[in-house]
Design a protein around this ligand. Sequence first.
Ligand code: HEM
Length: 61
Amino acid sequence: MAPGVGDKAAWAPRIAKGMDALYHTAINGSTVNPVMMPRGGSPLKDSELKAVVDHMVAQSK
Ligand code: HEM
């Protein structure tokens, strides 16, 4: 997955957008790069996706 978890330089500008923006991309997919598809192609529920994003961000700042 890109950006790589733990890549602080890559994540800083994303984190700066706020968690709601990151949750939105995780749930709906990216408009910039369709490789990041809705739900990352997973069957996870919104609450589970948000927990994954929380974990990715915690590891990347
Ligand atoms: C449950 C699985 C996944 C989660 C929770 C997830 C979450 C995220 C998040 C939070 C971002 C940052 C969005 C932003 O800056 O607004 C992101 C970006 C991205 N992800 Fe994922 N992702 C998942 C799966 C995947 C997979 C499977 C791929 C590729 C095969 C992928 C490729 C990408 C790419 C290319 C971006 C950058 C998109 C952009 O710049 O707009 N992701 N993802």
